[in-house]
Design a protein around this ligand. Structure first.
Ligand SMILES: C[S@@+](CC[C@H](N)C(=O)[O-])C[C@H]1O[C@@H](n2cnc3c(N)ncnc32)[C@H](O)[C@@H]1O
Length: 329
């Protein structure tokens, strides 16, 4: 069952300029066949599986040619759109047509406003399936900005800790209230093999690495900008750790004494339990027999019954009016 944006793209692709096409961060799926389209490549900004026949790159790896058509899938964060345009500018020539495609409910209608100063002639090219595709050209005097990390120093109990993130990464430039609850209540006996799942800016993993003794520290996230931000945060704090770009636990094979997470629960604007459900189900296999999982979540999320399906002991370690911190073993 194809995503509506892909259905619209498939309908429109035959109207594109002849030449090469780059799909930027597409919603890739098994029944979507850009590998059948002549001279089409994919540039992804998160961990995704592709059909081996299609040339694809995952940022910071990048294509080394210019393209005649570039299709950008409208990202969830507006900051990320600006960042994507900056990043892909070097793959364009002056006649490259930029297509931006997305669902109405994701905010695509403000495309012209959001890309002001970067793109010109932003025109609606097609719509259908509750989606719109805009076409545009880069402004002639467009000057791409280099990627800039924002650094912020947070205070946890009495510890000052500096984190870095790129725009579009979760809680860019600030600390999430749930994450703060987790960091303020880390059990004293944390040590050994430690894993930060869905690490974002690397705030949890780097804090653990700085203030707790560890033998192995692993951080993972599905998003390339998040993972790169984590690497930057670790570097700033002089911490040795492994960073994996991984959708869920697909690339994680170690067994840990402790897993910490503030897991994702949104897909677009909808609450989506799927990622957390799959993670709670599968993470047991990545825990040693006495290993513990520490999860922070909005109190309204119905996590306890999900956690109790896979863990014998699920206790609340700390809470605020909005968040709960669970420890599971
Ligand atoms: C609530 S944020 C937490 C980030 C960070 N740990 C913090 O506390 O600030 C959730 C993170 O989950 C990541 N994420 C979303 N879907 C994912 C998936 N399928 N696999 C791994 N990470 C995912 C997002 O990129 C985001 O960085």
């Amino acid at each position: 069952m194809q995503f509506p944006v892909n259905q619209l793209l498939i309908k429109e692709i035959s109207n594109f300029n002849a030449g090469s096409t780059l799909l930027v961060d597409p919603l890739y799926e098994d029944d979507f066949y850009p590998d059948d389209w002549p001279n089409t490549h994919i540039w992804s900004f998160r961990s995704q599986k592709f059909n081996a026949n299609i040339p694809h790159y995952t940022w910071p790896q990048k294509p080394d040619s210019q393209f005649d058509n570039i299709v950008v899938y409208f990202p969830k964060s507006k900051d990320k759109l600006a960042l994507l345009l900056n990043t892909l500018y070097e793959l364009t020539h002056e006649d490259t047509i930029i297509y931006i495609i997305g669902e109405n409910k994701g905010g695509i209608k403000s495309c012209a406003k959001l890309t002001h100063g970067q793109l010109k002639h932003v025109n609606k090219q097609a719509n259908g399936k509750h989606c719109i595709m805009f076409s545009a050209l880069f402004e002639a005097n467009f000057q791409p900005k280099p990627l800039a990390y924002e650094e912020v120093t947070i205070k946890i109990n009495d510890n000052a800790h500096t984190i870095a993130s790129l725009p579009g990464v979760f809680c860019h430039g600030r600390l999430d209230e749930g994450t703060q609850l987790l960091l303020e209540n880390i059990p004293n006996d944390v040590s050994g093999h430690i894993y930060d799942f869905a690490c974002g800016s690397g705030v949890i993993g780097s804090y653990l690495g700085k203030y707790f003794p560890y033998k192995q520290l692993v951080l993972s996230d599905v998003d390339s900008f998040a993972l790169q931000s984590s690497q930057k945060t670790l570097e700033l704090n002089n911490i040795q750790a492994t960073c994996e770009l991984s959708d869920g636990l697909t690339k994680i094979s170690s067994k840990f004494d402790w897993i910490f997470t503030n897991p994702p629960f949104h897909t677009g604007v909808k609450i989506d339990y799927d990622i957390a459900v799959a993670f709670f189900r599968d993470c047991r296999a990545n825990l040693k027999p006495n290993g513990k999982l520490v999860v922070v979540a909005n109190s309204f999320l119905k996590y306890p019954p999900l956690l109790q399906t896979h863990f014998k002991h699920v206790n609340v370690l700390a809470e605020t009016t909005k968040f709960k911190l669970y420890i599971c073993s």
